[in-house]
Design a protein around this ligand. Structure first.
Ligand code: ATP
Ligand code: MG
Length: 580
């Protein structure tokens, strides 16, 4: 039993100044966590219980699919990450440190390398497989914007697991088992969640799906079809492309005098003056970016073509180009390529300039565009893909809009925000190849092991559940992760009230109900009720004024439904409410 008279807890009346999202405000105010530094938190007793409750569900479901728990260090020598290439690839997100001998170490952001090496050290035959291992462990990532409290920590707890198989069919089975386990985990925890594609089919990647909790505070944007069950994150989404045309079906390209039209708006206006009713959507905008491969010293120019009424979504591009880094090019990058005339760039010249050019699939084969003519003050009309220019490839680059069409069924798509709760991913042979994880098959020949990688944010799940369940009064936990089943409040000054509450608390505990007992003397009923609402235990029982008439009040935190129960029946009534 938790007693508020002794529990290490101080609730706060005001929101912390640095908190932007509801879960952050409420978890601090209700005394679950305290901030130490940006993205770094201490967990207080109530917070520890809630986090453990999430971990328990995760553990049960991992064990159910036969995954076995291990535990790795967070502190890892550089060589291991050097071997996988991630010492460089992780960039600024990796926490790096040195030991007393000046040897480099890191604090692990994930543990692919260690899982692979561990299995390699122990197993050698096909008979050993399949295998699934997991851990629940603290991860470190120097996130660029740790603004959302526990949702995006720089230190956070993750359940990460890996599957090891000798064939792709095996991997698919393991992937399916984990995906099913994740569905059970998030359903049991009481989440409203969506499973979204994290890699687009066009990219040809292996299966990768994310579990997202829709929430206005979510940092992930995802797209869902209003008709079919297609859903994808914005990095992976595919939208229906317009119909292809025969590139020869257009009038020849014409160069037009368009002085002082470096923007799409000024161009549309000038075209109108010239007697063309060109819309922004009929212009081709060529955005100059720069990319850098991991470990490379130099940036490379990349031009991306999108319809002029659309913005380039850099995050979407980054998701597809990873681990290559992409960003907006600056004047110094443009200076390296004088053939690119700012405001008048057209794709006609890019091949000759040897600048890499990718177009959004909306710039379909055979489509004709008004675009730059690669000379100051000049544009060209009827510039046709497949006739006047041939891009080096396609990449989903445009910012997705509500109403874009689903690539599967053609219905309108809608954009929503969500929090990434988990990720299931067919990693394949990448790490096994790097570290030489093989097994001897029936004929004594070595085969490379194929792996799956699966993560759940344990601390993030606590905050995400708070986001999905809070109300104007405070936290409002689903019972399974609540720090208690019932918040029992004794009010007033009367000793008989406190004695009756003690008896009830003992009865409940004997019946297996987890009790948070507000047994504080000299605290006003108003303060006690406010605390109960803020802390968010799903059932509140009040022993107070009603006792004179022989009743105890039982209230549902979420619906606020309340009833008076005779003292003699109170324990049973609460047990029933709790078991519901
Ligand atoms: P995000 O896109 O939100 O940064 P990620 O794709 O980098 O997440 P993974 O590497 O797939 O995350 O990690 C697995 C899980 O760990 C995520 O689904 C998420 O629930 C959790 N997680 C990742 N980063 C953080 C963080 N900074 N704080 C808390 N939880 C996190
Ligand atoms: Mg992910």
């Amino acid at each position: 039993m938790l007693r508020l008279s002794t529990l290490f807890l101080r609730t706060l009346r005001d929101d912390p100044a640095d908190a932007e999202v509801p879960s952050h405000k409420l978890l601090v105010r209700a005394g679950y966590v305290r901030r130490v530094a940006p993205g770094i938190y201490s967990w207080l007793p109530l917070g520890v219980i809630v986090q453990e409750n999430v971990a328990t569900v995760v553990r049960e479901e991992m064990n159910r699919i036969g995954s076995q728990e291990v535990h790795f260090p967070a502190l890892i020598p550089r060589e291991i990450f050097e071997e996988s290439g991630r010492w460089a690839a992780y960039g600024d997100t990796l926490f790096r440190l040195k030991d007393r001998k000046d040897v480099d170490y890191l604090l692990a952001p994930t543990h692919e390398e260690l899982f692979t090496l561990l299995v390699k050290g122990e197993y050698s035959s096909y008979k050993d497989y399949p295998l699934a291992l997991y851990q629940i462990q603290t991860k470190y990532r120097d996130e660029a914007r740790p603004r959302a409290g526990i949702l995006r920590g720089r230190e956070f707890v993750m359940k990460d697991s890996y599957s090891f198989d000798i064939s792709h069919e095996g991997l698919e089975k393991s992937y399916r088992a984990h995906r099913d386990a994740y569905e059970r985990i998030f359903s049991r925890l009481g989440f409203d969640y969506r499973i979204v594609f994290a890699v687009s089919g066009a990219m040809g990647g292996s299966a990768s799906e994310e579990f997202l909790a829709p929430a206005p505070s979510g940092e992930d944007t995802f797209v869902q079809c209003t008709n079919c069950d297609y859903a994808a994150n914005t990095e992976a989404v595919e939208i229906a492309a317009p119909q292809r045309h025969d590139p020869q079906d257009h009038p020849p390209q014409q160069v037009l005098d368009t002085p002082d039209t470096p923007t799409i708006d000024t161009l549309v206006e000038r075209m109108r003056d010239l007697g063309h009713d060109t819309t922004a959507a009929a212009t081709l905008k060529n955005v100059v970016l720069r990319t850098r491969a991991p470990g490379a010293d130099a940036w490379e120019l990349l031009v991306v073509g999108v319809p002029g009424d659309r913005e380039v979504d850099l995050k979407r591009l980054a998701g597809q180009l990873e681990p290559v880094v992409v960003e907006q090019a600056g004047p110094e990058d443009l200076a390296t390529q004088p053939g690119l005339v700012k405001g008048y760039i057209g794709p006609q010249a890019l091949a000759d300039l040897k600048v890499r050019y990718l177009v959004d699939p909306l710039v379909v084969e055979g489509s004709a565009w008004v675009t730059g003519a690669n000379a100051e003050g000049k544009h060209a009309a009827d510039v046709v893909r497949g006739r006047d220019f041939t891009p080096d490839g396609e990449i989903g680059a445009v910012e997705i809009r509500d109403g874009d069409r689903c690539a599967r069924c053609g219905s309108p798509l809608e954009i929503a925000r969500g929090i990434e709760l988990g990720h299931v991913f067919q990693l394949g042979e990448t790490y096994a190849k790097t570290f030489g994880l093989t097994a001897l098959d029936q004929n004594g020949k070595p085969v490379t092991i194929t792996m799956g990688s699966y993560g759940v944010g344990v601390t993030r799940a606590v905050a995400a559940l708070a986001e999905q369940t809070f109300d104007e009064k405070g936290l409002c936990w689903p019972r399974i992760i609540s720090p208690a089943d019932v918040h029992l409040v004794a009010t007033g000054k009367d000793d008989t009230v406190f004695a009756a509450a003690e008896t009830l608390a003992a009865e409940l505990e004997a019946a297996g109900v987890r009790v948070l007992f507000d047994d504080r003397r000299g605290v006003s009923p108003g303060v006690k009720f406010k605390d109960a609402e803020l802390i968010g235990v799903p059932t509140i029982a009040i022993v107070g004024k009603g006792l004179a008439d022989g009743t105890i009040e039982v209230r549902d935190r979420k619906s606020d439904e309340c009833r008076d129960v005779p003292v003699a029946d109170a324990a049973q009534a609460i047990v029933t409410a709790v078991r519901d």
